[in-house]
Design a protein around this ligand. Structure first.
Ligand code: ATP
Length: 311
């Protein structure tokens, strides 16, 4: 797998504070990579370093195989970026803003350029309001315009800082569909988010930042792989315990968790013993459980809260 974003020991210090603390990112071609972290964990600082907007205190960054920020001029035209608070000219329309940005791009005839702007307005759901001045746009519309700007050059890689920030549920849904479409078309997507559910629904690979440290990085499917247990839904969980003595790991309201990763076998054993079963599923950890476990492990490993700046 080709590495599209790689960092080694990437660190940013602000005075005594290590905003980003020695992270090794590994984003591969074809990933939708979710970069998760609480507010203040260092996501924006990392994204800015990836794009060469902030210089690392130490460590290195490669974007599309080239060293950043040294190769910025060569690499950035192949990357679409959206970082906090996209800047637009408020008195100009969304269309005019995109046309201005497009003018710095690959060029082409007037017709080609108009078509490119139209396509992007359509993609981000602003076709109907493209002629209105941006100062009349909602936050969500501005965010979509920012995403449109990132798409003008048909980038191989999209780097998005909190792309659904400020969007209503409908807007979030549209952006998610758009990103999945782009991904199907071959674009690698790196997005930061503090929303677990968003990352769980959209991403193939996950990195978790906790107070500047990367405490987890893996494929989503690996992180949420079956645990080897089966969840039995039943009106009478205690009878599961009686029937499968020694295999019951936990009993809860209307459910029992049983050792074994073959629901059909568990079902046969319970039905044979006359236990009513209303549902069966392989147990999987949620991303939330995985993230909480990783974050608490790191809290044990590193200093107490408030001590971070003195390491
Ligand atoms: P949010 O989700 O709130 O945007 P974040 O994960 O993007 O948070 P960063 O904005 O990267 O986090 O900030 C990480 C830490 O670095 C914070 O403690 C922040 O206050 C600090 N920080 C960021 N930029 C600077 C700066 N220019 N000078 C000093 N401290 C900074």
């Amino acid at each position: 797998m080709t590495t599209v974003i790689g960092t080694q020991g990437l660190t940013k210090r602000y005075g005594q504070l290590r905003a980003v603390d020695g992270i090794d990112l590994d984003v591969r071609a074809g990933d939708v990579y979710g970069f998760l972290g609480a507010n203040g964990s260092g996501k924006t600082t990392t994204v800015r370093m990836l794009l060469g907007l902030v210089l690392p205190t130490s460590g290195s960054v490669q974007l599309l195989g080239e060293p950043m920020p040294r190769a910025a001029r060569r690499v950035l035209p192949r990357v679409g970026a959206l970082i906090e608070g996209p800047a637009h000219y408020g008195h100009l329309s969304g269309r005019a803003n995109l046309a201005l940005l497009d003018a710095a791009g690959p060029g082409g005839s007037r017709r080609t350029r108009t078509a490119r702007v139209d396509t992007v307005l359509e993609q981000v759901g602003l076709a109907g309001v493209g002629r209105r001045p941006v100062k009349a746009y909602s936050l969500g519309m501005r965010q979509r315009l920012g995403l449109g700007a990132a798409l003008l050059r048909r980038p191989e890689l999209l780097v998005l800082d909190e792309p659904t920030n400020g969007l209503d549920p409908q807007g979030i849904h549209e952006i998610r569909d758009l990103l999945l479409d782009l991904h199907r078309g071959g674009t690698t997507v790196f997005l930061s988010s503090h929303l677990l559910a968003e990352v769980e629904q959209l991403c193939t690979r996950v990195g978790v930042l906790d107070r500047g440290r990367l405490v987890l990085q893996d494929q989503l499917a690996t992180l949420t792989a079956p645990t080897g247990a089966t969840i039995v839904e039943t009106p009478d969980p205690e009878r599961v315990r009686a029937a499968l003595d020694g295999r019951v790991l936990r009993v809860g309201a209307g459910r029992a968790v049983v050792r074994g990763d073959d629901p059909a076998e568990v079902n046969a054993a319970l039905v044979g013993a006359g236990v009513p079963v209303t549902g069966l599923a392989l147990e999987r950890p949620t991303l939330e459980e995985v993230v909480l476990a990783a974050a608490s492990t790191s809290a044990d490993r590193v200093d107490a809260p408030g001590e971070r700046s003195r390491r």
